[in-house]
Design a protein around this ligand. Sequence first.
Ligand SMILES: Nc1ncnc2c1ncn2[C@@H]1O[C@H](COP(=O)(O)OP(=O)(O)OP(=O)(O)O)[C@@H](O)[C@H]1O
Length: 226
Amino acid sequence: MRSVLEAKYINKYFKKPVLFHVLKNIDFKINKGEFTSIMGKSGCGKSTLLYILSTMDTDYEGELYLNNQLITGQDSTYLSYLRNKHIGFVFQFHYLLSEFSVLENVMLPAKKLAEKGHQEIEHDAYEKLKMLNIDHLAKKRASRVSGGEKQRIAIARALINNPSIIMGDEPTGNLDSYNAENVFNIFKQLSDESGLSLLVVTHDEDFAHKTDRIIQMADGEIISNR
Ligand SMILES: Nc1ncnc2c1ncn2[C@@H]1O[C@H](COP(=O)(O)OP(=O)(O)OP(=O)(O)O)[C@@H](O)[C@H]1O
């Protein structure tokens, strides 16, 4: 199995207001096509871990590998490039630019990556919208669509650069059960059919129990991983 993401003995400390060992020897691998959830009580360190895994926080001990490449210690410009190319993000709140059209929102990460011309990016964005059955919304302003649609647009945006992994921080936290199930089914299909890896922090037990693996955390440690 090809490893997409590997955390090796990650430790993190917050130094203020008092020294706090927030992550303790976090060690696990995510393989290609695996759909993994991270669960644990509020405050156990899930978001802190996701910040590190997504390369946004570089202040930690241990090693992080993305597609078998050691990324710990790389400079911030290169990390930003790697993040944009290989990692898609879906958050509880979609962070769409409300004044922009749906299509423009989906195109943004590809424009930032700047490896393709405008027309090709537009074509790719339409393909992602079609895949998620929301291509009819392409020209609408992002502020004018429903909550469930916004989350599907955020998924299309996360997919635009064909990442190796999607990371989600409570991606269904703001959705009703119908739309939450919809998002789960989209993620499941992406992992089964496109070999995309997914790592999702969630408080939703139903969601987590349908994923391939649950990493359970408590007090900054992994207490089970199966
Ligand atoms: N910048 C910071 N400085 C000091 N302590 C912090 C900082 N950020 C978070 N913490 C603390 O680190 C611990 C882990 O926080 P984190 O946000 O990772 O938890 P979480 O498991 O994601 O919680 P939730 O489920 O509520 O989102 C908490 O005790 C929090 O108060």
